[in-house]
Design a protein around this ligand. Structure first.
Ligand code: G3P
Length: 217
């Protein structure tokens, strides 16, 4: 399973990348706002850190303008993935940009039917938002499972990029279902290493080691 980091914080991306935990990056207008940086500048910097796909989102709402923005974003670096919203215009832009050989990530997906349309329009990635479904008391993991089943039924190659990941359980459940990629904030990725029994066990080992009076180095 691939790990994308859902952030435009270049320091956080670098730190995780040094550990080999970053297969790609996703950004969106809210994350660009949070970074406080210019979209073209920060995206270029991210593309210099990470060799995998880096999603940069268009902000136009009509297909022609989305296509123009997508082409401009794609000029930043060869690993740019143009991120488009799941609307009819977004699908139209997806068809055109993917036809030009650009990677496209169709975002804001909340139903299996939407995911089916994105695959037919040639998307490289579909981004179902788990956390935001959970927020309205719909199990986001059911959507990941449904999309997995539909894509497997028909051999669609669009990768399922489980997004709006808020917890370590979202990561584990996505992996069990067989999502191709998860994109999560750096804090969630770091939390994957945490377990209270690991902390407790380490504490005991350290206490016993101190009693031996020995040193390794
Ligand atoms: O990748 C999409 C993600 O940024 C949305 O997450 O937590 O704002 O729903 P969230």
């Amino acid at each position: 399973m691939k790990f994308f980091v859902d952030t435009a914080d270049t320091q956080a991306i670098s730190d995780l990348n040094d550990l080999g935990m970053v297969d790609g990056v996703t950004t969106n207008p809210s994350l660009i706002l949070k970074s406080g940086r210019d979209i073209l500048e920060v995206t270029k910097e991210i593309c210099g850190i990470v060799s995998g796909p880096v999603s940069a989102e268009v902000v136009a709402l009509e297909a022609e303008a989305m296509i123009a923005e997508g082409r401009k974003l794609a000029e930043i670096a060869p690993n740019i993935t143009v991120k488009l919203p799941l609307t009819w215009d977004g699908l139209k832009a997806c068809k055109v940009l993917s036809g030009e050989g650009k990677m496209v990530n169709v975002t804001l997906c909340f139903s299996a039917n939407q995911a089916l349309l994105a695959a037919k329009a040639g998307a490289s990635f579909i981004s179902p938002f788990i956390g935001r479904l959970d927020d309205i008391h719909i199990d986001g993991m059911d959507l990941i499972q449904d999309i997995r089943t539909i894509y497997d039924n028909f051999g669609f190659e669009t990768e399922i990029l489980a997004a709006s990941i808020r917890s370590v359980n979202h990561v584990q459940d996505s992996a069990l279902i067989g999502a191709d990629v998860i994109t999560a904030p750096p804090e969630v990725i770091k939390k994957l290493a945490a377990h209270p029994l690991t902390d407790k066990g380490l504490e005991q080992f350290m206490a016993d080691w101190a009693k031996t009076g020995q040193k390794i180095l």
